[in-house]
Ligand binder design. Structure first.
Ligand SMILES: *[C@@H]1O[C@H](CO)[C@@H](O)[C@H](O)[C@H]1NC(C)=O
Ligand SMILES: *[C@@H]1O[C@H](CO)[C@@H](O)[C@H](O)[C@H]1NC(C)=O
Ligand SMILES: *[C@@H]1O[C@H](CO)[C@@H](O)[C@H](O)[C@H]1NC(C)=O
Ligand SMILES: *[C@@H]1O[C@H](CO)[C@@H](O)[C@H](O)[C@H]1NC(C)=O
Length: 431
């Protein structure tokens, strides 16, 4: 599910469907959702089994240093882009915790350390799939297509709740069904975990190394024993990891934070676009990312489910009475923590929404609004070194040409520093 917003951030609350307005009142959230739902969903399996030639180039071949094109990327960030020593993952500075060799190896595999990657795509949007395949390829992961569902095709009898009949409701239903199919695939194929990425999502071109920090963070939050490598590189015991969203709430009274400082891929403060609650970032400087247990997010650009998480979702959002947009359902499950439903979130987010250059009406598969205008330059929300916007440089192996869509990279000294705190003031000491 996407949110339609132009680069200037103009939106009209009146365009928001009544159902969401009511929900907002109910939950008293300051959610500012724009217009509704770009979604897709459904199911087909296309595995891309080609060896990833683009990725190996990206990883192993440095940009031609004699090339004369001007570089817009800071030297420190550039050395970070090339990666740290291969054998060593990130290390938690205040306890010495690090990723096991097995976790590290899994994180480097072609499914990002999950058992499967799915991309939700409407079959009619071959253009979005083309762009996604290229972006995944230069990042070095493979995916199966989860075929998007047209809401009209879902029988009323297949809906457990009464869905209000209003304009746009078919999109909401189709989106919900697509995400149910994601959970269903996990269960029917007995996948230990899987991540779903909507086909208009974007990510920083350092995604794979960022995921090592996410993994160290979730292992830390989940209290994974150091001497017993977990089954999932992200630790065991999580239900949902919400990595691409447009708002994220922390849990009141839970101050556990995995902190990643000095991260060149954190979007500058003034360029962060969110449409609801976000964590209090005032204790940190502006290049810090945090990982935490969440009381729920908004928007579903990307999230991962464990097998257990997928089972709970099918129970609560399909078998039980449910009639809301999918992200409301996921959020309620995170908030109520029914049956210990455990959600982890990251802020700023790792996946954002991409708006390509071209006719704006191409943005949404389901939105009925008139958007006959044309966007001259594409952009992505909350993504610094956008994979989509840099794809041609990545194909050419020209890391020296990689652009930061917000301007110059910050001048950061040294690597990303990690730290775990369980309270505002307290720092966990080693030993
Ligand atoms: C590097 O770039 C220079 C100048 O553009 C070119 O002459 C040279 O052949 C390139 N080297 C490689 C290995 O691509
Ligand atoms: C990647 O690692 C995960 C976690 O161990 C595993 O479930 C998955 O099968 C691996 N994927 C590939 C393509 O090897
Ligand atoms: C972060 O950026 C904002 C806006 O530029 C600024 O007001 C704030 O002081 C910065 N915070 C820190 C800790 O530098
Ligand atoms: C959409 O807007 C354009 C320009 O404002 C107008 O020419 C066109 O007729 C509109 N299309 C529909 C379907 O309303």
């Amino acid at each position: 599910m996407g949110i339609d917003i132009d680069s200037e951030g103009a939106y009209s609350p009146s365009r928001r469907p009544a159902m969401i307005r009511r929900e907002r009142r109910d939950t008293k959230r300051r959610m500012v959702v724009l217009s509704l739902l770009t979604c897709f969903a459904f199911l087909t399996m296309v595995a891309f089994r080609r060896p990833n030639s683009l990725m190996s180039e990206y990883t192993h071949q440095l940009a031609n240093s004699t090339a004369s094109a001007p570089s817009r990327i800071d030297a420190h960030a550039k050395s970070w882009l090339k990666g740290r020593p291969k054998s060593m993952g990130p290390i938690l500075s205040n306890s010495g915790r690090h990723l096991s060799d097995r976790s590290l190896a899994d994180l480097k595999n072609t499914s990002l350390g999950f058992e499967k990657v799915f991309v939700l795509n409407m079959p009619s949007r071959t253009d979005k799939l083309d762009a996604m395949i290229l972006a995944a390829s230069v990042t070095g992961f493979e995916f199966d297509v989860l075929v998007g569902v047209q809401g009209e095709s879902v029988s009323k009898k297949a809906l457990s709740g009464i869905w209000e009949d209003r304009p746009g409701i078919d999109g909401v239903v189709g989106c919900w069904r697509g995400h149910m199919d994601f959970a269903k695939e996990i269960i029917s194929r007995r996948l230990s975990s899987a991540i779903i990425i909507e086909d208009d999502a974007d990510w920083d071109l350092n995604l794979r190394s960022m995921m090592e920090y996410i993994a160290l963070g979730s292992q830390t939050l989940l209290d994974t024993p150091q001497d017993q490598p977990p089954h999932s590189p992200y630790g065991d015991g999580w239900d949902l990891m919400w990595l691409g969203h447009c708002a994220s709430s922390t849990i009141k009274g839970d101050d556990r934070r995995f902190i990643m400082r000095n991260d060149p891929s954190v979007p500058p403060w003034q360029h962060r676009a969110n449409y609801g609650d976000i964590p209090d970032m005032s204790p940190y400087d502006n290049t810090t990312r945090i990982l935490f247990f969440t009381a729920g997010n908004t928007c579903t650009y990307s999230y991962a489910l464990s097998y257990r998480g997928a089972a709970k979702i099918l129970k609560y959002l399909s078998m039980d009475v449910f009639n809301k947009p999918i992200d409301f359902g996921l959020r309620e499950m995170c908030e109520k923590r029914e049956r210990g439903f455990t959600c982890i979130s990251v802020f700023p987010q790792i996946f954002g929404e991409h708006k390509p250059a071209g006719a704006k009406e191409r943005d949404s598969d389901i939105d009925q609004q008139n958007r006959s205008s044309v966007r001259a330059k594409g952009y992505s929300h909350n993504i610094v070194h956008s994979t989509r916007l840099n794809v041609e440089h990545l194909i050419d192996g020209r890391l020296d040409l990689v652009e930061n869509q917000y301007g110059e990279d910050p001048h950061l000294e040294g690597p990303i520093l990690t730290e775990y705190r369980t309270g505002r003031e307290e720092q966990i000491r080693s030993g």
